[in-house]
Design a protein around this ligand. Structure first.
Ligand code: PGA
Ligand code: ZN
Length: 425
């Protein structure tokens, strides 16, 4: 039973204010969670409530924190922390708006996840095991950023994430070993070329490249320099985050100083798919380009994972509609896009029911909170995306997964190729 809920302002990886919620049970046990924040947000997401005004660039969260300490605390006192659906429904009803904007999506998601942690603590189990409820689970395949771009690097290149995936590894630990070597090799190449200029928001190298293709070529070389066969062992994954530069069928590629229509964008990505071992592409088209998504998936859905992030915003109804229209074959799962644990779970379940790849994901603004590592295992998502291989808000999640894999011991099975919604060529 919930005795009290507390909210406080803490700080995220970009040095911005964010909301932490703490749930205290009558037994004395607690649960705690912190809301993350996106930079390339979809328009259909739960609203991140910010104060506006002048403090911290208008990004303060005193209103959202006050909502946790006031209305939310009053509404949840005395409720059963084990009834996550009931609590999440109560939070949504209390908010009353269609995007959690009144209380704040940040206030609600921090509270919802804190309740989940409290319930897991009360059960005496680690969160992932509590969530799995005795069903078999797999350790997910990590998707790890090597170069950051787009909104996370002042649009230095158009593409937001240049990542690697190692579905052929035998374990999560080995996938990290391989990625660490690729990250090192990429850094060495950047240094050699006089292009080492620090890191972007998620810890990937700042992309001092003249074209998107130069980034892809450098990534290929890094994989080879690290001693791997591109494709066979270490494959490429991209998040185009096309909503950031595309609208109403017009895609403005700043770096290449050209504008493409939807068909032109599909042709460009098609050429990349022919030239590089790309096994996953997220948001290849803008969130308002459903026809483009369908056309792209009809062409490449049999050989590439096509993920909806801004397009699906962790919304079960949107996932079902996308499945019905064959608009893509995978869904990114971000708790703060939905706003509640229950809504997040529903979106993931809808993805699984459709045979989609399901990827639990962090945001570009993160903290030491590792809840999503547990969600990805406990809900058996199969894939896990956290950003790059530096900076502790990222490493905290990778390291938590190492602990979970170790705890599972011989029970641990790495999801590998099975996690992807197509058969390897
Ligand atoms: P965001 O980026 O958290 O800034 O939205 C992550 C992503 O697009 O996957
Ligand atoms: Zn994305």
């Amino acid at each position: 039973t919930i005795a009290a809920v507390r909210g406080r302002r803490v700080w995220d990886s970009r040095g911005r204010p964010t909301v932490e919620a703490e749930v205290l049970l009558k037994s004395g046990l607690r649960g705690r969670a912190i809301a993350p924040a996106g930079a390339s947000t979809g328009t259909g997401e739960a609203l991140d409530r910010r104060d506006g005004g002048t403090a911290f660039g208008g990004l303060d969260v005193t209103g959202a924190v006050a909502a946790v300490n006031g209305e939310i605390a009053a509404a949840l006192a005395g409720r059963d922390a084990g009834d996550q659906p009931g609590i999440d429904a109560a939070l949504i009803a209390l908010d009353g708006s269609d995007n959690l904007g009144r209380l704040g999506g940040n206030a609600v998601v921090a509270t919802s996840m804190a309740v989940l942690h409290a319930a897991a603590n009360a059960s005496g189990q680690p969160l992932w095991r509590y969530l799995s409820a005795g069903r078999p689970v797999r350790i997910p395949v990590p998707e790890i950023q090597i170069f950051g771009g787009g909104a996370h690097a002042a649009r230095r290149v158009d593409v937001q994430d240049f990542m690697v995936m190692c579905p052929a590894a035998s374990s999560f630990a080995q996938a990290l070993d391989w990625t660490a070597e690729v990250y090192r090799a990429a850094g060495a190449l950047m240094k050699q070329a006089g292009k080492l200029q620090g890191v972007a928001d998620e810890g990937g190298f700042w992309p001092a490249f003249a074209s998107n293709e130069e980034a892809l070529d450098t990534l290929m070389r890094a994989i080879e320099d690290a001693g791997f066969k591109p494709g066979r062992e270490v494959a490429i994954s991209l998040d185009i985050a096309a909503s950031e530069f595309g609208r109403s069928g017009a895609y403005k590629l700043a770096l290449e100083q050209r504008e493409l229509d939807s068909a032109g964008m599909i042709a460009l990505l098609g050429r990349w798919l022919e030239s590089y071992p790309i096994i996953s592409i997220e948001d290849p088209l803008a969130e308002d380009d459903a026809e483009g998504f369908k056309a792209f998936t009809a062409l490449y859905g049999e050989r590439c994972q096509i993920i909806g992030d801004d397009f699906l915003v962790t919304n079960a109804a949107r996932v079902e509609a996308a499945a019905a229209s064959k608009a893509l074959n995978a869904v990114l799962i971000k708790p703060n896009q939905s706003g509640t644990v229950t809504g997040t779970r529903a979106a993931l379940d809808a993805g699984k029911a459709a045979g989609f790849g399901t990827i639990v994901s962090a945001r570009s603004g993160e903290t030491e909170d590792v809840t999503i590592a547990h969600l990805s295992v406990g809900w058996d998502a199969g894939q896990f995306k956290v950003g790059s291989f530096t900076r502790s808000e990222r490493m905290a999640k990778w390291n938590e997964m190492l602990r979970i894999e170790e705890e599972l011991g011989s029970e641990a099975s790495f999801a590998g190729w099975e996690a992807l919604p197509f058969a390897p060529q």
